[in-house]
Structures are given as C-alpha cells and as structure tokens.
Design a protein around this ligand. Structure first.
Ligand code: PGA
Length: 253
C-alpha cells in the first residue's frame, strides 16, 4: 500500500448528549496505541466537549456538515471556521442523508469542501449509489459523476478523504460483496490519480461506509484500496468501534 495511514471515522449522526462522552474516554483508553487514525464526528452540540475530552488522545474530532459561507445570515447552519474553532480538524461532507434530506447537489458539496479547506479542515467527501442505481448497473457512472462534481481542485492527501457509501448499505445491515467494494474503490483510485496526479491520487484515503461492524470489518479491510471505514451505528459504542479499529490495524499493519 502507498503511504496512507488507515483511518477509522465514526459518524454519530443525530445521536449523543453529554452522557455519551463516556464512550470517548473508553475508546481513548482502549485505543491509545492504535496505529490507525481515529476520527469521531458527533453532533455540533457535542463537538467542543468531545474535542476537550479527546485532547491528548489518539482521537480527532470532526463535524458532520458545514455551510459554504464563512459567516452570515444562515439560520441553523454552522460554518467550517466555527467547527474549527470548536476543536474540529475534519468535516464529513455530502453524506447521502444530507444529499437526500437537504437536497445537497454535487455543486453544493464542492463549495462546502472549498470552505472546509479554507478553514483548514480535512474534508471527508461521501459518494454512493442508491439501490435503484445499482440495479440499473449505473453504479460506476454515478460515482464518477459525484466525484467529478463534488471534489474541487487543490486536493491533497491531507485535506481530502473520500468515503464510498452505497446508500442501500447505510444502516440496513446489507453490505456489498468484497468484489463490489473493490471494483468501486479501484475506480475511485484511478479517477483520483487521473485528476490530481499520481502523488496526490495515491495518497488520498478512500474509506468504505455502510453497515461496517466488528464482525465484517476484517473482510472489508482486506480489499485493496480500502483505507478504512466511515462507521455510523457501530461508532456509538466504544467496544464496537474499538473492534473495527483493531481489525483495521491488523489488516493494514
Ligand atoms: P452505518 O452508517 O454504519 O450505520 O450503516 C454509515 C454512515 O452513514 O456513515
């Protein structure tokens, strides 16, 4: 593998109040010597407290979305600079739940990614096909289109992570075959190299996301060009997420 540090990213979605910070401490205690990078993305209300709880540990903290503007009249929104100010080093962008629930287009995701980079955050940009798109054999074309439209120029191995998350695998317990995962990850790697050059293209981490659990993590992480996972439900419990991190360390170590 190229010089890509494996990354286990947890997306807490709209889950977690102050009591859940216990899980951060438990995870930090259990994973103090993990080789993989660990990122937890809690709801915005928990960001600052989680960043404080994670200080001095292996765990970095990120947001789940940001606005494309730095400040202004955008009720309910949070800017990348605000995430950074609260202690975030990264932000998830273009998650399929945002694309579906908030009508986020590739152009919006691209502008948000630019804003994240301007604030100095690493962007975890999500792409993925729906079940109808997969059944119509459109997966590759859909992901290529999302990549082309959602990624700005100026990508580097430090500011960009791509997460491949089939919409039909998120929160469903359904997981693509390792061949299906490999096909998409190889294609993403090729497109990144074509667009950004071999140096950058080989250094951007490409995560798989969608129903990753300790029980299926080893198989998924054995796939070439899978550099880690974006984990929803199983990132809420330190034991489960710790099991996934351990599998990633073993697979890529
Ligand atoms: P899941 O979610 O692990 O609960 O399927 C993944 C995600 O949406 O990032």
């Amino acid at each position: 593998m190229a010089d890509r540090t494996p990354l286990a990213a947890g997306n807490w979605k709209m889950n977690g109040t102050a009591a859940a910070l216990d899980q951060v401490k438990a995870l930090a205690d259990a994973q103090g010597s993990a080789a993989s990078d660990i990122l937890l993305c809690p709801p915005a209300t928990l960001l600052q407290r989680m960043a404080q709880a994670a200080e001095g540990t292996k765990i970095s903290v990120g947001g789940q979305d940001c606005h494309w503007n730095e400040i202004g009249a955008h009720t309910g929104d949070v800017s990348a600079a605000m995430l950074k100010d609260a202690g975030a080093t990264a932000v998830i962008l273009g998650h399929s739940e945002r694309r579906a629930d908030h009508a986020e287009t590739d152009e919006i995701v691209r502008n948000k990614t630019k804003a994240a980079w301007e604030a100095g955050l690493m962007a975890v940009v999500c792409v993925g096909e729906t079940l109808a798109e997969r059944e119509a054999a459109n997966t590759i074309a859909i992901i290529e289109g999302q990549l082309a439209g959602s990624l700005p120029e100026q990508a580097t191995g430090h500011n960009l992570v791509v997460a491949y998350e089939p919409v039909w695998a998120i929160g469903t317990g359904k997981v693509p075959t390792t061949d299906q995962i490999g096909e998409v990850h190889d294609m993403i790697r090729s497109r990144l190299i074509e667009r950004f050059g071999a140096g950058v293209g080989k250094s951007v981490r490409v995560l798989y996301g969608g129903s990753v659990k300790p029980s299926n993590a080893t198989e998924i992480f054995a796939v070439e060009n899978v550099d880690g996972a974006l984990v929803g439900g199983a990132s809420l419990k330190a034991d489960d997420f710790g099991g996934i991190i351990a599998a990633l360390d073993t697979a890529k170590g």
